[in-house]
Ligand binder design. Structure first.
Ligand SMILES: [Zn+2]
Length: 215
């Protein structure tokens, strides 16, 4: 039944929130998570709630096209950003926004994660672009992120954090974890004085291994 799957998704979102908070990818009330429901509705985390202590009933329902809110409380300030992604990516069913420390440091330095150093990173992401700065919560940020995610599954948000999408919430969370490991690995390799880039032929081979080249 429909309400059963909605309840299951609400529980999945609370679990994902706990995971992001426990892994140190969000602090205090930062970050937001959403999942697409049937019939043009999206479940989204509320504004001002610690993701480690989120309860299923606190999650709100927002209409994908008219922004109508179902539930008590205020939906995440980044709701426009989540909705913009669902509108342009029918294959996406979950969106995660977090502030992972290493990835956010790259974002603050204005450096996209595009260096071809880690094979898994290329197979998983292709590359992770940097979205130019716009004020959090604005339609301008939503526009810029939707543009970047048209052909990517992850992006850094300049001076702010990171965003990942997935066919499932598990996938979107996994990509956020992988994005942070990429940033951390690159940071540490550079601290050792060198991050060896893969050769062009190896990069081409890895790109060919991608299961879905659009993503
Ligand atoms: Zn944020």
């Amino acid at each position: 039944m429909k309400w059963e799957s909605e309840l299951r998704l609400r529980q999945e979102i609370t679990k994902a929130g706990r995971r992001l908070w426990q892994d140190g990818l969000v602090a205090h009330t930062d970050g937001n998570i959403s999942v697409r429901l049937d019939g043009d509705w999206v479940l989204i985390t509320p504004s001002g709630v610690n993701k480690g202590a989120l309860k299923p009933y606190q999650i709100l329902k927002v209409h994908l096209h008219n922004g109508e809110v179902d539930g008590n409380g205020k939906p995440s300030v980044e709701t426009p950003l989540h909705l913009a992604i669902y509108r342009i990516r029918p294959d996406v069913n979950a969106v995660v926004h977090a502030h992972p420390p290493y990835a956010t440091a790259f974002a603050a330095a204005g450096v996209a994660l595009t260096e071809p150093v880690f094979p898994e990173m290329i197979v998983r992401f292709g590359e992770i672009p940097l979205v130019p700065y716009a004020t959090p919560g604005t339609d301008r940020l939503a526009e810029l992120v939707a543009e970047a995610l048209q052909d990517h599954d992850a992006a850094l948000l300049q001076n702010h954090g990171a965003i990942t999408v997935g066919r499932t919430l598990e996938e979107a969370c996994g990509l956020m974890e992988a994005l942070e490991w990429t940033a951390k690995g690159l940071w540490l390799a550079k601290a050792l004085g060198n991050a060896i880039q893969l050769t062009p032929s190896e990069i081409a081979r890895l790109f060919a291994m991608r299961s879905n080249p659009v993503r």
